[in-house]
Write a protein that binds this ligand. Structure first.
Ligand SMILES: C[S@@+](CC[C@H](N)C(=O)[O-])C[C@H]1O[C@@H](n2cnc3c(N)ncnc32)[C@H](O)[C@@H]1O
Length: 250
């Protein structure tokens, strides 16, 4: 699947350069490090990075695991990711142009799913579809670590503080910043703004999609990290494995 403008309303194909600057900031390097720490990567892990972009997570995890599938809707992001991987001598990252809401991956084929700053581009039903896909492709007991903007446009004190901080930071950039605020307000009114979601909604979505060991960790700024696990094999699944072992004579 290529980066179709209808499915990529923010035009990520055109934002490669801008994103290079953002992901190089201390805040994003700290998010990357914390995701990798919480993910507890193991040498045999098959990993999927959802909305991999230029490879912030994928390229960091690749040397520590068996394979990383880097999924992104933007073909140009993936092309840059491939160039970076080649420059770094990383050979176990597979770029996959696809929508997070419909992963062309087999059931129970992945040990670890990670993601950074991709989910707020999906509305909440879209996030739930992507989480259901993540659970489907994870093996029983497989892990999920997602970093994203975690706040909502509510009157709660944390939400109000974060929105105000964002507006002030953008306004400080002068006329260009003010123009951006006006554009964002227009997008918000047109229902095309990004879709950050509160920590409480993240927890509920993960539980509703059948994850367990769910917890959310908030960072100092807008970011939060959701950690969860696909439940280990149930009693119903376990005998099937035993039956296979018996059939193979073990
Ligand atoms: C803000 S960038 C984050 C990139 C990278 N994870 C990082 O942290 O540097 C968001 C990425 O998500 C991708 N994306 C947005 N919506 C998507 C979707 N529905 N399916 C797949 N990728 C998507 C964009 O193309 C973009 O590369």
């Amino acid at each position: 699947m290529s980066g179709d403008r209808n499915e990529d309303p923010y035009g990520w194909d055109e934002r490669v350069k801008a994103w290079e600057e953002v992901e190089a900031t201390d805040a994003f390097q700290a998010i990357r490090d914390r995701v990798c720490e919480l993910a507890e990567p193991r040498a045999g892990d098959r990993v999927v990075d959802l909305g991999a972009g230029l490879g912030l997570l994928a390229l960091e995890l690749a040397p520590r695991v068996a394979q990383v599938v880097a999924v992104d809707i933007s073909q140009r992001m993936l092309e840059q990711l491939e160039l970076r991987a080649a420059a770094e001598g990383v050979e176990n990252v597979l770029p996959l142009a696809a929508d997070l809401r419909k992963l062309p991956l087999e059931d129970s084929s992945v040990d670890l799913v990670v993601s950074s700053y991709a989910f707020h581009h999906l509305d909440d039903p879209g996030k739930e579809l992507a989480l259901a896909e993540a659970r489907r492709v994870l093996v029983p007991g497989g892990r999920l670590v997602v970093a994203d903007m975690m706040f909502s446009l509510s009157l709660e004190p944390r939400d109000r503080r974060l929105v105000l901080e964002k507006v002030v930071a953008i306004a400080r950039r002068g006329p260009a910043g003010l123009l951006r605020i006006a554009r964002n307000a227009g997008r918000l009114l047109a229902g095309r703004w990004e879709h950050p979601t509160s920590p409480e909604v993240w927890e509920r979505m993960l539980v509703d999609r059948g994850f367990d060991a769910v917890r959310v960790e908030l960072l100092a700024h807008e970011a939060g990290l959701a950690v969860a696990r696909r439940p280990a094999a149930t009693g119903a699944e376990a005998p099937a494995r035993g039956a296979r072992a018996a059939a193979s004579g073990r």
